[in-house]
Design a binder for this molecule. Structure first.
Ligand code: ZN
Length: 323
């Protein structure tokens, strides 16, 4: 009896060992297959992300080239200069520098704020939203700082998210023209009004907030407008919109040649001597150095005595260039 049982056991044993082994082999091959599928999916998603990023960057580049070409035409009165991006950048730099160095900055004082006697610094970002808006917002959140974004019109879901994030995180959403194409917005008061209303409606529809502040592309002291800037200021007045120029430029618009250290140095200029400093910065795909400079700039300002960083509000002392 025992002998028979042993025989049966000997026959069953290999089967008992073999079955789990086979199951293990099957499972291992299934796991490998799933891992491959997962890798493929991740690669596919990465590709999709890169493609969308590339499309976005290409869009910005084209828009920037058109912007520079438009500016060149305005300044030269020469339609053949349309594709001359380099020259456009050069003129843009000159226009910005001229506005920055215009020593005759008019300051209209608004008194009675809780910050009387304190140095107030306003970080203002022009030309967004861009691929860097989220990076800028992350840094501002990290340092618990509120800023002001003078945005242009971008009618797509990614930009809607960025407009909304600006508002939801307590920053001021200002206007900087819908198209930023100098030839179009500065052609007449009517075209300026149409551009402004188009942007205001977009921002109102997307965020539910009516924007009340404006920054002229090139500043109010720009010398490219075909229309008397006083007329455009009167128009903004009639709409209850307050415009802001700047009294310090970070220099981050100057063709990408500026290092983060130089941007910080420029932006800090004269803060301790002024009660109100409005710093011009940019939020565009071509201005990565601005993002790199931002933490150091905020840390330097926060280390100053009797100095605060604030978003632009109705209480902010208005900074206007002479026009
Ligand atoms: Zn601009």
């Amino acid at each position: 009896m025992d002998h028979r049982f042993e025989k049966i056991l000997l026959k069953i044993m290999p089967v008992m060992v073999l079955i789990p082994c086979l199951i293990c082999v099957c499972l291992a091959s299934r796991v490998t297959g799933l891992e491959r599928m997962l890798d493929a999916r991740e690669a596919y998603e990465e590709l999709g992300y890169r493609e969308s990023r590339l499309v976005e960057l290409t869009g910005y580049e084209a828009e920037y080239a058109a912007h520079c070409a438009g500016l060149t035409r305005s300044l030269k009165g020469d339609a053949s200069a349309e594709s001359d991006k380099e020259t456009g950048e050069e003129y843009l730099r000159e226009a910005v520098t001229k506005a920055d160095t215009d020593g005759d900055v008019q300051v209209n004082l608004v008194s009675g704020t809780e910050w009387d006697g304190v140095h107030k610094v306003y970080l203002t970002f022009d030309d967004g939203p861009s691929i860097y808006t989220d990076d800028i917002l992350d840094i501002l959140a990290e340092y618990d700082v509120k800023a002001t974004f003078f945005v242009i019109g971008r009618d797509n879901p990614i930009s809607y998210d960025r407009y909304n994030r600006i508002v939801e995180e307590g920053h001021t959403l200002g206007m900087h023209s819908y198209t930023h194409v100098y030839d179009e917005i500065y052609a007449s008061t009517e075209s300026f009004a149409a551009d402004t209303l188009r942007l205001r409606q977009l921002l109102l529809d997307v965020t539910g907030v009516m924007p009340r502040f404006y920054r002229f592309p090139g500043g109010s002291s720009n010398n490219v407008s075909a229309t008397d800037m006083h007329d455009l200021v009167d128009y903004l007045d009639s709409e209850g919109i307050v415009y802001f120029d700047w009294n310090v430029s970070s220099g981050d618009a100057s063709g990408g040649s500026m290092t983060s250290e130089q941007i910080i140095q420029n932006a800090l200029y004269g803060i301790e001597d002024r009660e109100t400093t409005v710093i011009l910065l940019h939020d565009t795909a071509s201005k990565w150095t601005t993002v790199r400079a931002l933490p150091g700039l905020i840390e330097a300002i926060q280390a100053m005595d009797n100095t605060v960083i604030l978003p632009i509000t109705d209480d902010t002392t208005v900074i206007h260039h002479s026009i």
